[in-house]
Design a binder for this molecule. Structure first.
Ligand code: SAM
Ligand code: SF4
Length: 482
C-alpha cells in the first residue's frame, strides 16, 4: 500500500501546529504528503468551539464519502476536539474513518496510522486524557521539508512561512468559561516543561525560524498546574526571548484575569517581544462577563490596557468578542460597543454565541434570537472595521520593519509582492522590484526561498481595509537578518 496522506485542518493555531507535527512525524516514517486527489489517507483535524466549525467537519467527511465511491480503500482519521467529543461514533457514521484521536492521543497517532496501513481491518481510538503534558517524539530535526498542511483555520491569516514557528507550551484549560467546550474536549491544563519548550524553540531558530509564537489556551497560567516547575510565564518568555537569532517573539492566548505584572513589564523591557497582545474580552457588560464566568470586569480590563500602553505605547491590542450570549440585552451589547471604542482594538474576532453540548451556558436563558444576534454581530463588525481602517490609515507615510513570510497573493508586472508583518502583526504587502530570480515570472515559486525570513525596512504607502501596502526603504531588503 502506498503510504500517502493529506491533512485538512479546522480551527485554531493549536490545530495548525498539531497538523504540522503529525505531517512531519508521518514523513519521518516514510509516508508522503500529497495533494488530496492522490492521497490514500485523509486526516481531518477538527474544532468544536462553535457549531459552525463542527458542521464543517461533517460536510468534509460527507464530501470524502462521495469521493470514496471513485476511490475505494480511501481511509480517514479524525483528530482534535470533535474527535474527542464524538469518539467511536465516527466509526459507525463514516465507516471509512478508522482512527479517532483527541488532543492527548495525537502523540500516538503516527504509530496507529502505520498500524492501519498494515492491517485493513484495524480501527483505533486514542481518546484518553493523560495526567501530564504528552511530550511528542522529536521530528523537528528532519531534513525533509514538510509543506504546510491544507487548512481552514478560524483566523485565515495564520498561514505560517518557514521563518515562523508555533510552539506549544501547554495543553487544555482549567477555566470553564460558561460558553466554552475546550476544557471538555482538550482536558485540564497541563504545562509542558520549560526545558522542552526551550529545546524546541532553539531547534526552530537553528532551522531558520525568525519569529516564534508560544501557544496555549491561557499562556498566563503556564506553570501553575501540576506540571509546573516553578518557572512562570514571565520567566519562560524571557528565556525564550534570549535565544540568539530570534528576532520576534509572540504568544497567544492570554486570559486577562491571569496576566502577571511581570508580563506587562516585559513588553517594555524585552526588545524582541513584539508589541502585540491578543487579550480576549468576550463581552463589554459586567453582568454578562459575570455570567460568562470570566472573573474580570470592565474596570480591571481597562486597567490592564492602561498598564500595557504605559509599558509599551505602540502595543497593538486585538481581542475576541461574543455577541448574543444568553440573557444579553441591547444595553449589555451597547457596553460591548463602548469597550470597543474605549480600547480601540486594532482588530477582533467576533462570534455569535453558539450553544455547545454540556457547557454551563447551554442551560442559561433567555436565549437571544438568531436574528438579533446576527444584527448585533454586524453592528460590532462594522464598528471594528471603521476603527481598523482608521488605525491603518494613521500608519501611511511611516517606516516600519517587516519580516517577510511568503510571496503575496497579490502580484503584478512591476516586481514581486511579498507578504510580511510589522512588529504588531499587521499584514504588509511589499513590492520588491528586481528581487525575482532570473527566468521566474511574477509570483513564481523560485522566489519563495529567496527573501523568506528577511527583515525589510519599509515605508507604508497605502492602507487597505485590513492590510498595508509598503515599499522598501533605500538599502532594503539587503539589511535583513536571515
Ligand atoms: N482560550 C482563549 C481565551 O480564553 O481567550 C480562547 C479559546 S476559544 C478556542 C476562541 C474563542 O472562541 C473564544 O475567545 C471565544 O470568543 C470563542 N468561543 C468559544 N466558545 C464559544 C461559543 N460557545 N460560542 C461562540 N464563541 C465561542
Ligand atoms: Fe475556553 Fe475560557 Fe479556557 Fe479560553 S479560558 S479555552 S474561553 S474555558
Amino acid at each position: 500500500m502506498d503510504k500517502t496522506f493529506h491533512i485538512v485542518t479546522f480551527g485554531c493555531q493549536m490545530n495548525v501546529g498539531d497538523s504540522d507535527w503529525l505531517a512531519r512525524a508521518l514523513v519521518s516514517r516514510g509516508w508522503r504528503q500529497v495533494p488530496e486527489e492522490d492521497a490514500w489517507l485523509f486526516v481531518v483535524n477538527t474544532c468544536s468551539v462553535r457549531d459552525k466549525p463542527e458542521q464543517k467537519v461533517y460536510s468534509e467527511l460527507g464530501r470524502l464519502a462521495a469521493y470514496r465511491r471513485a476511490k475505494p480503500g480511501l481511509t480517514a482519521a479524525v483528530g482534535g476536539c470533535v474527535a474527542q467529543q464524538i469518539g467511536r461514533g465516527f466509526f459507525e457514521r463514516f465507516p471509512f474513518v478508522r482512527l479517532v484521536f483527541g488532543s492527548d492521543g495525537i502523540a500516538a497517532a503516527p504509530d496507529a496510522l502505520d498500524q492501519l496501513a498494515e492491517d485493513p481491518a484495524a480501527r483505533i481510538a486514542l481518546l484518553d486524557f493523560l495526567s501530564a503534558y504528552p511530550e511528542r517524539e522529536d521530528v523537528l530535526t528532519l531534513s525533509t521539508q514538510v509543506p504546510a498542511a491544507a487548512f481552514d483555520a478560524d483566523a485565515g491569516e495564520l498561514e505560517a512561512g518557514p521563518a515562523q514557528a508555533f510552539v506549544n507550551i501547554m495543553q487544555g484549560c482549567d477555566n470553564f468559561c460558561a460558553y466554552c467546550i475546550v476544557p471538555y474536549t482538550r482536558g485540564r491544563q497541563k504545562s509542558r516543561s520549560p526545558e522542552a519548550v526551550l529545546a524546541e524553540c532553539r531547534v526552530r531558530v537553528d532551522q531558520g525560524a525568525r519569529e516564534i509564537t508560544l501557544l496555549g489556551q491561557n499562556v498566563n497560567s503556564f506553570g501553575l498546574d501540576a506540571g509546573g516547575t516553578g518557572v512562570g510565564f514571565a520567566g519562560l518568555l524571557r528565556q525564550v526571548a534570549a535565544i540568539p537569532g530570534l528576532l520576534r517573539l509572540r504568544f497567544t492566548t492570554s486570559h486577562p484575569k491571569d496576566i502577571d505584572p511581570a508580563v506587562i513589564r516585559a513588553f517594555g523591557e524585552v526588545e524582541n517581544l513584539c508589541p502585540a497582545l491578543h487579550l480576549p474580552l468576550q463581552a463589554g457588560s459586567d453582568a454578562i462577563l459575570a455570567r460568562m464566568g470570566r472573573k474580570v470586569d470592565r474596570a480591571r480590563y481597562l486597567g490592564i490596557v492602561a498598564d500595557l500602553r504605559q509599558a509599551r505605547p505602540d502595543i497593538m491590542l486585538t481581542t475576541d468578542l461574543i455577541v448574543g450570549f444568553p440573557g444579553e440585552t441591547e444595553e449589555d451589547f451597547l457596553q460591548t460597543l463602548d469597550m470597543m471604542e474605549r480600547v480601540r482594538f486594532e482588530s477582533s474576532f467576533s462570534f455569535r454565541y453558539s450553544d455547545r453540548p454540556g457547557v454551563a451556558a447551554a442551560r442559561m436563558t433567555p436565549k437571544v434570537p438568531d436574528e438579533v444576534g446576527q444584527e448585533r454581530l454586524l453592528r460590532l463588525q462594522s464598528l471594528q472595521n471603521g476603527i481598523t481602517k482608521e488605525s491603518l490609515k494613521a500608519l501611511e507615510g511611516q517606516e516600519t520593519d517587516v519580516l517577510l513570510e511568503a510571496l503575496s497573493r497579490r502580484q503584478d508586472e512591476g516586481g514581486d509582492f511579498w507578504r510580511g508583518r510589522d512588529p504588531g502583526g499587521r499584514v504588509v504587502n511589499v513590492r520588491i522590484g528586481g528581487a525575482r530570480i532570473p527566468g521566474a515570472g511574477p509570483g513564481e515559486a523560485p522566489c519563495v526561498t529567496s527573501l523568506c525570513g528577511s527583515m525589510v525596512r519599509v515605508r507604508i504607502v497605502e492602507a487597505k481595509n485590513h492590510s498595508l501596502l509598503g515599499e522598501p526603504c533605500p538599502g532594503s531588503p539587503d539589511r535583513g537578518a536571515r
